[in-house]
Every structure is written in structure tokens, then in C-alpha cells.
Design a protein around this ligand. Structure first.
Ligand code: 3HC
Ligand code: NAI
Length: 695
């Protein structure tokens, strides 16, 4: 292994380079030599200024997340930064790639920061359930002001080099030759004898800061935290930077960091960080499998999903041929796409020029022959096997031999669709989630015959268009919708036995979900499920009755809730309460108070159970893949790490015991614990970390 930290000289300027692939995290192997080196350079009179830079693709992208939860090794990052900050000669951070978390904190320990034109700077610790723990919350407000620091730290979102320059976070932007420019900058500052004021001593932005305005902003952000501790700690810590002396604020920041890092929420979010990266590696698809080149995508169907999927590709810079049945449907789809972009323009997140550029990437058509130039074709037509087969039959004729053919089906058998073509090896499922231009999850459904290079191709495409891919195998509803069915299996009984939609939804939002199941049904529309149930001869007492009354949810202004005057705010409806009571009476069910605990046991435990059945059948490759599906596609709270991670927190033996209890009462299959769940519970082993291949 090469040295993690080296120094070279450009005359009287020392250039310190960190080289710790892949992302130059401040692991112990960086901190120890860096600390020593800085001490040496501080006392070396032949050095007049120091430039701190990184080798490889990025500046330091943070503390080493893999070290969290292990015994701390000194020097820690705070020691390194304190030594750096105390140096009495100009120090300049030369930032390329991403300066994230501990990386940006290290840069804040320098007197100056020069950012490469493409650099991104952020304190994203909040996404790991943490706050910046090496002075970020105390130093950043001193440079950019408390308001911007609060926004950056609570959101974790990056700023560009230009934004960094405008806000005072960066002192210069380098168009090219970053290190040479940083050296010239350092030499100039040293030659001019400019007093280098460390960030800790720059109080201009915080003295006299408007604390009331800050508190109002922090209160707004707190409302969005949904039970997560980290955003609140971030806000408190930035507030401390205004109200407390530097060292006290720093100590308070550390205290909060230590508390958060050992808590369940951060453990859960760190689990998700690594799980997401693991999910992007499909078993059996290594670097030796060369992906096919994707220069143009074809999307069939410009409805809800097709339009969103097309936008996702265009947003990722991939031109799209968009096909519809007729001109009218095509125009409708394009108008919806244009409207969505116009909303982004009105919100200021997209410029008019960027909108025009994106619209220019669409080639609308009604002629299948135009799909011949597409490298990846995704079908998003009606959920009907006959229609899908007809579409794939046409693709069989027009698609180029190297094209990947995908279906966005929610439930249909991908193997059957593949078998309807002459080239099943090129076919797979790409299950996007609505709205497809926003939702991160992409369930990649591997058919029995899907070729390895097809899988490698779509994994690469997913990254290009900003999606989080999870590879799953074929079954009804795949991973997400199959577990969703298990979650709702007993919901109607809960209503009949005494719970209201509002009570159940409140248990869910209290748990951290963005919305409860009944709000979700109303949003998605109750008619789709009703149509499916009728086709299969299935029954859902309450939902069917609502639909018979034309209550299809938000789109008709009434569903499980009422929506007054086109509003999207659900209002409990006495008519629904009456309907539920009547239905219960007709069935001789005596209604009673239902506790939050019971709701969780009867809705979330079956979901966990179904997840373990999915693992038993090898539909998902790892328990952590299921967590990624649920946190990215269905709003499972990240602070609980996904259903499999949460099941361990809850305790597998308890889950088995309660499932058996409810199975005894209802006889329902969803409550029958899987053999895997029972085995892990009996052996005292966790679900998280479970890998199908190794058991
Ligand atoms: N620590 C340890 N490993 C890290 C890491 C980190 N901070 N950041 C990335 N990695 C690893 C990934 O796990 C991955 O490993 P793998 O190849 O074995 O799966 C590898 O680096 C490459 O990462 P990505 O696949 O994510 O590569 P990308 O190029 O897509 O993204 C990145 C690079 C933008 C740097 C992204 O990895 C990222 O966002 N990293 C996390 C940044 C972060 O959260 N930093 C804050 C850490 S907490 C902190 O600093 C606390 C401090 O305040 C004290
Ligand atoms: P939609 O009804 O909004 O859109 C379907 C579009 O396909 C319509 O615009 C229709 O004109 C077009 N179409 C039908 N047959 C066609 C053909 N032969 N050639 C070209 N275009 C044709 O439906 P939606 O919701 O977009 O669903 C599409 C697919 O995506 C379905 O398979 C559905 O199960 C799946 N899906 C839907 C999700 C959702 O939340 N709506 C989520 C994930 C998947």
C-alpha cells in the first residue's frame, strides 16, 4: 500500500497530499501521518505556506464511516484540525471532486479554500443520522453565516464551487491546474504577509446574528424531521455556534456527535449507506461482464409511468424516443412532461434554458420503426398481459439485436413476457416507482434467461439516471409490492374490529412513515385495486363499498377520507366511520379500542415475515436489499433502517411469538412465521446481514 500522506515542495511551499483510495476518507492511516506532518511543517522555517490536496478522484469525502462504532484512535480528526488551524503561516485547501463531512471540516481548518470548477462541498452527516463532529457546525457559520450553515447542515445538500465562492466558503475557484493555482495563491498570501485569520476567529457573521429568525427557520426544519434526532441536533449545534464561545460550542457538538453515533438511528442510516452500495452489486455480475452501450432510450407509453421514466432518462442526459398509441395520447403525455418541468422552473430548481434543452431530448413518435435506433427500450403500457405481449411482439421485429428490452410491469410474470419474444436473454423487468422522475428506487427484475451483460447494463444505467437499483427475481409483486400486500392483508379487519383509518395512519406517521396506508390508498386511487379484486373474485369489505359509492380517493374528493375543495389534506369523514360501523354490525363484530402496538403487530410484523419468505425463496439476495427497497420506494423511515433492520431492533423472538398469536386468532397465512424467521429467532441470530447464498 502506498503512503497515505506525502509532502512535496514547490520552492518554499509545502504540498501535502492525502492518498487513501477510494475516496480519501480520514481513516487512522491518514490521520496519524497527517497530524505528525502538520506539526513538523508548522515548525519548519523553510516552509512559508502549506497547500493541502488529495490524490485520485476526490478531496476527502469524510471521516471513515467503517470506523464508527469501533474504539476511537487518537489523533482523531479534531486533533488534526486543531493542529492545522494553529499553524501560523497560510494554509490552503485545494478542493476537487467532493469535500464532504470531515473532508470539508478539514478544509475549514485551513485559512483558505480554493475549489475546482466542478467541486461540490457539503456536510452530509445528517444523512448518516449524525451531525458534523469535527467542528463543522461551529466553523461553517463563521464563514457563510448561520442561515446558510443551517440549511447546508440540516439538508446535507452540496453547494457548487460558484455558490461556495459567493458565500465566502471558498476564496477562489480554479478553472484548471488546481494545485498549481493553490500554490500560487499560497505564495502570494505568504509574500504579502497577509495575516492569516483562522476560521475560529472570524466572528463577523455570528456576532449580532438574528437569533429569532434563526429559531423560526430551525422550527420549520424541525417539523420535517419526522422523528429523526440528527436534524434537530444539527440545528441546535449551529445555534450554539452563535450563542456560545467557540470552545464550548465545539465541546457541545462533540457531545451530541458521540450520543448520535452510538444510537439506533445513526446505526440504521449507516447500515443503509453500505446496503445501498452492496445492492448495486448483483451476485455473479462482476467487473468482467462488459455492459452494452446505451446512447438512446425508447419508452413505450407516455402515461403516468412512461412520462416519469422518460423524464428520468432525459434528466440523466439520455435522449428518449417516446412512443404512444396515437398522436392525441402522445401530445397529452408530452404536455404533462412540459408541465412538470414548468413547475420546476417556477420553483427555481430549473432554468428556462435547461428546460428547453431537456424538452429537445425527446423524440416523440407513434411509429414502432423509430425504436430501431434505441439501445434500451422500456415498456410502460397498461398492466395487461395481452397488451404487453403485443408490444413485445412488435419490439421483436424492430429492436436492434443489441437492444435491452424491459417491462415496467408491477405484477406480471416477466418470464412469460420474455418468452413471448425470440430473445428472452435481452428481456428483464425495470420496475420504477411513481413519480418515476422523483422516486429513487429501481427494482431490476432478473428473468430466468436474462443475460449477465443485460443486468450489468441496467445497473450502470440506473446510476446514470440517479436511481438506487436492487436486483430481484421473478414473483408476484416482486419484493416491494409483495410485502405491501402482506402489510395491508389485515388492515380491513382492524377497521372492522374498532380502529379508524385516521388512527391507523397516525400510528404509521408516528412510526416515521411520511403517510399512513389509507392516505396512500386515497392518493393512488381506490379504483385500481377494486378493478383487480373484481377480476380475481376477491373482496375488501370497506374499500369495495367506498368504490361502489364512487369514492375513489383524492381524485374524486372522497375515499377513506374527505378532501374538501380539491385540497390534498385528508379530513376524517363521519360517513366512512358509519360505513365501517355498519359493516362490523352486519358481521356481528363487536368493536373495541385497538392499541398502536396491535396495529404494528398486525401490519408490520406480517411485512417482516413476508420479507423472510422472499429470502427463503431467493427472490432477494440479501436482507439489506429488502431494506433498500422499502426505504427508497415506500417511505419506510430511514431512522429505522428498513424492515429487516428494524425487525432486529424489535427482536425476532418477539415477532415470532406475536405472529403465532395472531395466526392462532385469525388462521391467516400472513401470520404464519416462515421457517427462516423461526430459525434465526431460535438461534439468536439477526436478520440484518443475512445473505441468501451463505444462509
Ligand atoms: N467512509 C468509508 N467508506 C466510504 C466513504 C466514507 N466516508 N465514502 C465512500 N466510501 C466507500 C463506499 O462504501 C464505496 O465502497 P465500495 O466500493 O466498497 O462499495 C466506495 O467508497 C465508493 O463510494 P461510492 O460507490 O458511493 O462512489 P461514488 O463515486 O458514487 O460516490 C461519494 C462518492 C460522493 C464520496 C459517496 O461515496 C459519498 O457520499 N460518501 C459518503 C460521504 C459522507 O457521508 N461523508 C461524511 C462522513 S461522516 C463524517 O465525516 C463525520 C465527521 O463529521 C466527523
Ligand atoms: P397509464 O394508464 O397512466 O399509462 C399507460 C399508457 O400506455 C397510456 O398513455 C396508453 O395510451 C399507453 N399505451 C397503452 N397501450 C399502448 C401500446 N400498445 N402502445 C403504446 N402505448 C400504449 O398507466 P401507468 O400507471 O403509467 O402504468 C403503466 C405500467 O406501469 C403498468 O404496467 C403499471 O402496472 C406499471 N406501474 C405503475 C405504477 C403506478 O404507480 N401507476 C407504478 C409502477 C409500475
Amino acid at each position: 500500500m502506498t503512503e497515505a500522506v506525502t509532502t512535496t515542495r514547490d520552492g518554499e511551499i509545502a504540498i501535502v497530499t492525502i492518498d487513501n483510495p477510494p475516496v480519501n476518507a480520514t481513516s487512522f492511516r491518514v490521520r496519524e501521518p497527517l497530524h505528525k506532518l502538520l506539526e513538523t511543517l508548522a515548525g519548519d522555517s523553510s516552509v512559508v505556506a502549506i497547500v493541502l490536496t488529495c490524490a485520485g478522484r476526490t478531496f476527502v469525502a469524510g471521516a471513515d464511516i467503517a470506523e464508527f462504532g469501533k474504539p476511537a484512535q487518537r489523533p482523531d480528526l479534531r486533533d488534526v484540525i486543531a493542529t492545522l488551524e494553529a499553524i501560523q503561516k497560510p494554509t490552503v485547501a485545494a478542493i476537487h471532486g467532493t469535500a464532504l463531512g470531515g473532508g470539508l471540516e478539514l478544509a475549514l481548518g485551513c485559512h483558505f479554500r480554493i475549489a475546482d470548477r466542478e467541486a461540490k462541498l457539503a456536510l452530509p452527516e445528517v444523512k448518516l443520522g449524525l451531525l458534523p463532529g469535527a467542528g463543522g457546525t461551529v466553523r461553517l457559520p463563521r464563514l457563510v453565516g448561520p442561515a446558510m450553515a443551517l440549511k447546508m447542515i440540516v439538508s446535507g445538500a452540496p453547494v457548487s464551487a460558484d455558490e461556495a465562492l459567493a458565500s465566502g466558503l471558498a476564496d477562489a475557484v480554479s478553472e484548471s491546474n488546481l494545485v498549481a493555482n493553490a500554490v500560487a495563491f499560497a505564495r502570494d498570501r505568504a509574500a504579502r504577509g497577509v495575516a492569516s485569520v483562522p476560521v475560529r476567529d472570524r466572528t463577523g457573521q455570528i456576532v449580532g446574528a438574528d437569533l429569532a429568525a434563526f429559531d423560526a427557520e430551525a422550527a420549520e426544519l424541525a417539523k420535517k424531521a419526522r422523528g429523526l434526532e440528527a436534524p434537530l441536533a444539527c440545528a441546535q449545534s449551529v445555534r450554539n455556534a452563535i450563542t456560545l464561545p467557540f470552545d464550548e460550542a465545539l465541546a457541545a457538538e462533540r457531545e451530541m456527535f458521540v450520543k448520535l453515533v452510538s444510537g439506533d438511528q445513526s446505526r440504521a442510516q449507516r447500515h443503509l449507506f453500505f446496503a445501498e452500495r452492496e445492492a448495486a452489486r448483483a451476485p455473479g455480475i462482476g467487473k468482467e461482464v462488459a455492459p452494452r452501450e446505451i446512447r438512446r432510450a425508447g419508452i413505450i407509453g407516455a402515461g403516468t409511468m412512461g412520462g416519469g421514466i422518460a423524464m428520468a432518462f432525459v434528466n440523466g442526459g439520455v435522449p428518449v424516443t417516446l412512443l404512444e398509441m396515437n398522436r392525441e395520447a402522445l401530445d397529452r403525455g408530452l404536455a404533462m412532461i412540459e408541465k412538470n418541468y414548468a413547475i420546476s422552473v417556477s420553483r427555481g430548481s430549473l432554468s428556462e434554458d435547461a428546460k428547453a434543452e431537456r424538452m429537445a431530448l425527446f423524440s416523440p413518435t407513434t411509429d414502432y420503426a423509430d425504436l430501431a435506433e434505441c439501445d434500451l427500450i422500456i415498456e410502460a403500457v397498461f398492466e395487461d398481459m395481452a397488451v404487453k405481449k403485443e408490444v413485445f411482439g412488435k419490439l421483436d421485429v424492430v429492436a436492434k439485436p443489441t437492444a435491452v428490452l424491459a417491462t415496467n410491469t408491477s405484477y406480471l410474470d416477466v418470464n412469460e413476457i420474455a418468452a413471448s419474444t425470440s430473445r428472452p436473454q435481452d428481456v428483464l423487468g425495470l420496475h420504477f416507482f411513481s413519480p418515476a422522475n422523483v422516486m429513487k428506487l429501481l427494482e431490476i427484475v432478473r428473468g430466468e434467461k436474462t443475460a449477465p451483460d443485460v443486468l450489468a447494463t441496467v445497473l450502470g444505467v440506473a446510476k446514470r439516471i440517479g436511481k438506487v437499483p436492487v436486483v430481484v427475481n421473478v414473483c408476484h409483486g416482486f419484493v416491494g409490492n409483495r410485502m405491501l400486500s402482506a402489510r395491508s392483508d389485515d388492515a380491513e379487519n382492524l377497521l372492522l374490529e374498532g380502529a379508524s383509518p385516521g388512527e391507523i395512519d397516525q400510528v404509521f406517521t408516528g412510526f416515521g412513515w411520511p403517510m399512513g396506508p389509507f392516505q396512500m390508498y386515497d392518493m393512488a386511487g381506490l379504483d385500481i385495486g377494486w378493478r383487480n379484486r373484481k377480476a380475481r373474485g376477491q373482496l375488501a369489505v370497506i374499500a369495495d363499498r367506498l368504490c361502489e359509492q364512487g369514492r375513489f380517493g383524492q381524485k374524486t374528493g372522497k375515499g377513506f377520507y374527505r378532501y374538501d375543495n380539491g385540497s390534498r389534506t385528508p379530513v376524517p369523514d363521519p360517513e366512512v366511520a358509519q360505513l365501517i360501523e355498519d359493516s362490523a354490525r352486519e358481521r356481528g363484530i363487536e368493536r373495541r379500542a385497538i392499541s398502536a402496538e396491535e396495529i404494528i403487530e398486525r401490519m408490520l410484523y406480517p411485512m417482516v415475515n413476508e420479507g423472510t419468505k422472499i429470502l427463503e425463496e431467493g427472490i432477494a439476495a440479501r436482507a439489506s436489499d429488502i431494506d433498500i427497497v422499502w426505504t427508497n420506494g415506500y417511505g419506510f423511515p430511514v431512522g429505522k433502517g428498513g424492515p429487516m433492520f428494524w425487525a432486529d431492533l424489535e427482536g425476532l423472538p418477539k415477532i415470532v411469538e406475536r405472529l403465532e398469536y395472531w395466526h392462532g386468532r385469525s388462521g391467516k397465512d400472513v401470520f404464519l412465521p416462515s421457517a427462516l424467521l423461526k430459525r434465526l429467532a431460535a438461534e439468536g441470530r439477526p436478520l440484518s446481514g443475512y445473505i441468501v447464498a451463505t444462509g
